[in-house]
Write a protein that binds this ligand. Sequence first.
Ligand code: SAH
Ligand code: SF4
Length: 361
Amino acid sequence: MINGLRNRLADSFSASELSALLALEGKEKEQLFEYAAEIKKREIGNKVYFRGLLEYANACSKDCYYCGIRKSNTGIQRYQMEKEEVLKAAQYAYENDFASLVIQSGERSDSRFVDQIEELLKDLKKIGNGTLGITLSCGEQTKETYQRWYAAGAHRYLLRIEASNEKLYHRIHPQNDKHNFNKRIQSIYHLKEVGFQTGTGVMIGLPFQTLDDLANDLLFFKAMDIDMVGMGPYIEHQETPLYQYSSQILPLKDRLDLSLKMVALLRIIMPKINIAATTAMQTIDPQGREKAIAIGANVIMPNLTPLKYRDDYLLYNNKIGLDETFETQKKDLEANIQRIDHSIGYGEWGDSKHYKEKKRN
Ligand code: SAH
Ligand code: SF4
């Protein structure tokens, strides 16, 4: 099966083939990983880009069944970072040559929040004469809001589809207009129309999810001609409705393994996009992110959120890094990346090559 891969065009994979590839184990799985690593080196080079992650605020108007900061979880304190704290972290990112920041938050679409993000973006753009790249991950918004945030200086946006199978999407979200599958897809189109480098992604190992679903997720990314993907293992949170299905899902290690196969296959079918090695991977295995980099991912998002807020941004159980600043992990991370024959693109935006080439055409 693997030998046949080498002569294949990236566009030629069917869902059933991808599904079979996701089931590979042992030697064949290792060969799949090797092939994905080879493609990455050839198409975009062995470089990793750092984006400093700020978990800006945890108030959320939604109630996704899997997420620890969902509206109905009253067991956490809701916070919003002070503007000064954001600017200080951004200055730190700039001084440490990160070149890019990711601002992530729960979903709020009230005008106060929309204005605050817009103001924040304008202030962030003053740091280093506008050289800091900014990614937003603040959920579904109107096209007009996306336009305002783009005009204020953000240039990338992450909005995971979470599950591209509509039926599965509805099983992991409440049935109401706030959690509407078509609206979420429409938002991804809006982001692209506005001009954002657009990222999406899914959770891997969800209850009710099959390998065919995951294969179709890969084809969804391709059909949407997406520029970046952030996907990672689903990890349960005990204060959420999906927790009751914990006995029906794969063990954590297998969820990580499946996530790595998803990354490798995505690199093969979309060779030039940016793919993140996510925190959920690192939560399952301290070397999870490096493993993902070695077989296809090329972006890492070290957490720059002030430590005092981290206990309240627990999307899932045992989320790592609650007492870890970038300072404490920098040396290890750099050494690990070197060990897998990669360099860090310090000071570079590291835009998706896929996006850049699309713009040129
Ligand atoms: N509110 C925004 C961004 C913050 S949530 C949004 O939903 O788009 C960021 C991501 O965290 C979500 O897209 C989801 O895929 C992930 N996430 C939430 N709960 C999770 C869990 N239990 N396990 C793994 N990932 C989770
Ligand atoms: Fe809110 Fe995002 Fe969590 Fe859903 S996944 S509850 S939108 S923070």
